[in-house]
Design a protein around this ligand. Structure first.
Ligand code: SF4
Length: 305
């Protein structure tokens, strides 16, 4: 499979860069979904030294958590270092979806995916990491390249040039990368040009372990209730009602904090927030909540404190 060979070459190139510039092995990020398992298999086939990292979102289905745990156990028996980031704060408590919602004063949405930056993207500082991001997954991702650098200042995000340029020793691109090194997380996306069908084919034919959710009718595996999952959320909450209760409780706490901060809304309780969040237009209590730019900024500012 040409795509496989190409992806493995990218992993090998990124591994060399990681060892040269960071002095540490490349990290394969792992979420327990099909793209992650494909990546893991490519890493194994590449023969490079690597570590595996998972960000615990606290909203993953139990099947996903078990799949990650079983996969990590097997990798560790093979001598591969695996870490799970529980987002510990300086006071010893962990950031969870359930304490993040009251803190941010609004539910996560397609427009405000604060949970991703807090629960998924924060780890592996100053390391070179590989992700399973693909162009076909979303329009926004089309802007992303094979290599990216992400500095601690999020506004300073640059896309590194094409891998062919990086392979040219002493080239401008190589020098650009050298200037970025050690001050930023660098991301490589080895399967960025794979189509869904390529991933599914490789996943079912070449990967040994599979997340059981794919046999339960799920096409996408991620946080239960993720606003990016669209209509699939109805099935998720029908299959996992305890997560619905957890969201409603978090929304109840969010309303208390909003009240304390003097923010107005029409919701009476967490249940109503949940119905609004699910975009259920047939339900009493549903209404459209539109924020002006200034209102949104006010909520964001209050959510930071
Ligand atoms: S709910 Fe969706 S947007 Fe939020 S952390 Fe999970 S995957 Fe990211």
């Amino acid at each position: 499979m040409d795509l496989e060979r190409k992806a493995i070459e990218r992993v090998r190139l990124a591994s060399k860069m990681s060892l040269n510039y960071y002095g540490l092995p490349l990290v394969c990020t792992y979420s327990g979904g099909k793209d992650s398992d494909v990546m893991l298999e490519l890493f194994k086939r590449s023969g490079v030294p690597f570590e595996v990292h998972n960000s615990h979102t606290t909203a993953d289905a139990p099947q996903t958590v078990r799949h990650i745990r079983d996969t990590f156990r097997e990798l560790e028996l093979q001598g591969i270092s695996c870490t799970v980031d529980y987002h510990k704060k300086t006071d010893g408590n962990c950031v969870t979806m359930w304490n993040l919602i009251p803190k941010k004063l609004m539910p996560p949405s397609r427009r405000m995916r604060y949970c991703c930056s807090e629960l998924k993207e924060g780890g592996c500082r100053d390391r070179m990491i590989a992700t399973g991001v693909r162009w076909e997954e979303s329009y926004k991702r089309k802007e992303r390249g094979m290599f990216e650098t992400i500095s601690r200042d999020k506004s300073n995000k640059s896309i590194l040039p094409d891998e062919k340029m990086l392979l040219t020793d002493n080239g401008d691109a190589r020098r650009l990368f050298e200037r970025c090194q050690l001050k930023a997380k660098t991301v490589v996306n080895p399967i960025i040009d794979w189509k869904d069908s390529d991933v599914w084919e490789f996943y079912w034919n070449e990967c040994k372990r599979h997340n059981p959710l794919y046999q339960m009718g799920y096409y996408r595996v991620g946080c239960i209730g993720c606003p990016m999952a669209g209509k699939a959320r109805g099935k998720e909450f029908a299959d996992f009602p305890s997560y619905k209760r957890a969201y409603i409780k978090a929304f109840d706490r969010m309303l208390e904090v909003r009240k304390e901060r003097g923010l107005t809304h029409q919701w009476k309780n967490g249940e109503e927030v949940f119905l609004w969040w699910m975009e259920d237009t047939d339900v009493q209590g549903q209404y459209i909540m539109e924020f002006s730019g200034a209102d949104l900024q006010k909520i964001i500012e209050k959510g930071k404190t």
